[in-house]
Design a protein. Structure first.
Length: 147
């Protein structure tokens, strides 16, 4: 019994270290190949998750908001002027997944320039006082409230 346990543990460790990240979107930035996983709202380089600071360096013109800053009602409140636009990058820093979530309204979705494939669905353009939702068809949603 002990022998089987050791073999199982060894195989588990072997497969966990060789885990590949299946990206929905890849792009080149400063000579680096960056992958974005849509279901996690996370960025990777060589199967290593990028930190919030590394993502901020990749997107210097974008305001990075992480999921942990949303309150218990899944709302994030920020101030925005009526005619001002804000570029927001929503980043997941929790173990939660975001399978089949979409950004609403559709006018808040942004296309990023030099993508090889796919899209970065967490890029948001907040216009004026319009709220933006990261919403699932099952009813679960996160909301950025512009005041």
């Amino acid at each position: 019994m002990r022998k089987y346990f050791l073999i199982f543990t060894a195989l588990l460790l072997l497969f966990s270290f060789n885990q590949k990240v299946y990206a929905d979107c890849t792009f080149e930035k400063d000579g680096r190949t960056i992958a974005f996983v849509e279901d996690e709202l996370k960025f990777y380089e060589n199967s290593k998750e990028l930190s919030v600071d590394e993502v901020k360096n990749l997107f210097p013109d974008w305001e990075v908001i992480t999921i942990k800053y949303f309150d218990k009602n899944k709302k994030y409140i920020l101030k925005n002027r009526f005619f001002k636009k804000r570029q927001i990058l929503l980043l997941n820093d929790t173990p939660r997944t975001f399978h089949l979530f979409e950004i609403y309204p559709e006018t808040a979705r942004v296309k990023y320039g030099n993508l090889k494939e796919g899209e970065i669905k967490s890029l948001i353009l907040l216009r004026g006082k319009k709220n933006v939702r990261l919403k699932h068809a099952g009813g679960d949603e996160f909301e950025i409230v512009a005041r």
